[in-house]
Design a protein. Sequence first.
Length: 255
Amino acid sequence: MGGRPITAMAIAGMPDSILSTDDIKAIFKGGADMVKHANCSLVGGHTIKNPEPIYGLSVTGLVHPDRFTANAHAKIGDSLILTKPLGTGIISTALKQNKANSSLNDLAVTSMITLNTPGADLAEQNLINACTDVTGFGLLGHLKEICSSSNVSAHLNCSDIPPISPQVLSLIANEIVPGGTKKNLSTALPHITTNNISIVTQLLLADAQTSGGLLISVPKENKQKVIEILHSHNSLCAVEIGHITPKENKYIILN
């Protein structure tokens, strides 16, 4: 974490028998727009035919060797700050089942196309100890990696952790949950003290995110400056959700 993108190559596999030329153009335009938004240069790409649509960017960037941020350096007393609310996995599953409305779709899309641009500023100003993105393993899975790599534990204040919308919790309560999220929770549970926190909340914390936010371990004295930088980048949230403690019997304690 902490690098700045310089160049990007588009890599795509497209089923031209299923997607129209206009659809394929729109995918490439969306990628190009995001590259521009990231102050990066699109320098080419490679496209093949494929049964399912695949699109990605191979990005090259720069980071100072003394300013990159790993997930292994969280310190006791650090605050944990989250930069995007949770629930894109739940919403995606609900959309596939025709059980989510257009407003939920718009919220999920907005979350997924919001870039994690503050990361480089935070690293370059030496304001944070550890950082990871919240993606396929969910908040619990990625936080467990921070804790195990740093030999610490973390206490989470579950009531402070925001869903994208209250409707996400209703969807979970109605068992609209992707298989990956359920597997994430099953994998994480041996490392968690749940303290009777509801299964709905546990599944939200385990939800597999697409293009999720940053989870940042911040020294207390830098917390306000970090939040100011996040707001300056229009982060979807800048919420303190817990703190780092000495290693306990479990890596994560839910409160």
